[in-house]
Design a protein around this ligand. Structure first.
Ligand SMILES: Cc1cc2nc3c(=O)[nH]c(=O)nc-3n(C[C@H](O)[C@H](O)[C@H](O)COP(=O)(O)OP(=O)(O)OC[C@H]3O[C@@H](n4cnc5c(N)ncnc54)[C@H](O)[C@@H]3O)c2cc1C
Length: 371
């Protein structure tokens, strides 16, 4: 491996893969470092908003031979299992990260991008006197780069190294995901509330259904295991229970993550261009973190390709990031309060049913426009 790059991208989720792909396509000298090996599963609802469809198709970043279910309606269930359905303005489609991330990874390689998988970045330090970054990998390899894109997701050891403020705050949320085979309408994305969280369902490729929920760490501690917590908490929603009792579960065990944090973060931190969740995670109920990660990856690549100096690159990225995402993240944090309690979920169901204008506005304002 060469040790000197123009740009090092840390983390190969959708943000890192998109920026690496666009930089490699432009003939830019880029290295992507990802700690896992593709393909792999991640905790994610895998509902992808149509705001990125044109971009993905234009760049040939969607597997052509596969069919992804088109999703046009949204079902909201309160904790008692009463539901309301509404049409989605823009809509989206279901695609697993196992398929999509792996596909874009191969596109990065095809465009001549360098990728180091199974490698973890431990340190990233900006050397002001040399005007470059020094990057240390866990195996002792030292790299230098003029630009660094931080696309290392919602929470990484690097947030501690970079002394980012949000990392000191504990979060009560955990995320759990399964792929299942069950009877579920292909054109719907559903959110089933339960006490302390909500569970999303939508179909993905090959007739599989993604079942993914945001739960409460305290409840997991109280009931001792994921299974017991699901039985005691999620199954209390009578409309959600049958998906657990009458489906074929396709994983040996669920994908689980904890410490899911929706705190504010900075898009440029220690001169690193933060893209995707490392710049801020939108609450999953908005269903567009994947689209935002793809779009932010594009913004970071555009800024690097266009900017003539570090100052210009950082200013352009920060400006475009803030104008596209800052308000959406803020609104996402506010809307999160409408979920996860009996009263709030009943109120939200009534709101969607009787004042659809307001729920339409919330959906519109937490989503972006096709680009
Ligand atoms: C419960 C839940 C449900 C969700 N459902 C949806 C949904 O239905 N639709 C939607 O659009 N969004 C959803 N999201 C949000 C979405 O998953 C994220 O916004 C999206 O994955 C962000 O992509 P990313 O590239 O920023 O980060 P990630 O996909 O998390 O990728 C980060 C990568 O960085 C790597 N990494 C981390 N640290 C290092 C290091 N030090 N060195 C090297 N590599 C490193 C990791 O291995 C990882 O591969 C959901 C989120 C949650 C929690």
């Amino acid at each position: 491996m060469n040790n000197k790059y123009n740009t090092v991208v840390i983390g190969g989720g959708l943000a890192g893969l998109t920026s690496s792909y666009l930089l490699a396509k432009a003939g830019h000298d880029v290295l992507l470092v990802e700690k896992k090996q593709y393909p792999f599963h991640r905790v994610c609802g895998e509902y992808l908003s149509n705001e990125v469809r044109d971009f993905l198709e234009r760049e040939s970043l969607l597997p052509e031979q596969r069919e992804f279910p088109t999703i046009t309606s949204f079902l909201f269930s309160d904790t008692a299992g009463k539901s309301v359905t509404t049409a989605l303005d823009l809509g989206g489609f279901g695609v697993s990260r196992y398929v999509l991330d792996d596909y874009i990874y191969h596109k990065v390689l095809e465009k001549g991008g360098a990728v180091q998988t199974g490698a973890q970045v431990d340190t990233v330090v900006f050397d002001k006197s040399e005007n470059l970054f020094r990057i240390g990998l866990a195996d002792g390899t030292q790299l230098t780069a003029f630009n660094v894109i931080g696309a290392f997701g919602k929470r990484s050891k690097l947030d501690k190294t970079l002394k980012r403020a949000f990392i000191e705050k504990r979060s009560p949320y955990i995320g759990v995901k399964y792929h299942i085979k069950t009877d579920f309408d292909r054109s719907t994305v559903a959110l089933y509330n339960f006490k302390g969280g909500y569970c999303g369902l939508n179909t993905i490729e090959d007739g599989k259904v993604n079942l993914c929920y945001l739960g409460d760490r305290g409840q997991l501690r109280e009931y001792g295991s994921i299974e017991a917590m699901e039985r005691e908490v999620l199954w209390k929603n009578p409309a959600l229970k049958p998906f657990f009792t009458d489906s074929d579960f396709l994983f040996d065990k669920p994908e689980v993550i904890n410490e899911i944090n929706f705190e504010r973060k900075e898009p440029v931190d220690n001169h690193v261009l933060m893209a995707g969740d490392s710049a801020g995670l939108i609450t999953p109920l908005c269903g567009n973190g994947m689209a935002m990660a793809i779009h932010a990856g594009k913004l970071a690549a555009d800024a690097i390709l266009k900017g003539k100096s570090r100052q210009e690159i950082e200013a352009q990225y920060e400006h475009s990031w803030r104008s596209l995402f800052e308000r959406r993240l803020w609104l996402g944090r506010k809307v999160q309060r409408l979920f996860g309690s009996n009263q709030a979920s009943v109120l939200t169901r009534m709101l969607i049913k009787h004042v659809p204008f307001i729920s339409d506005q919330i959906i519109k304002n937490t989503h972006g426009k096709p680009f």
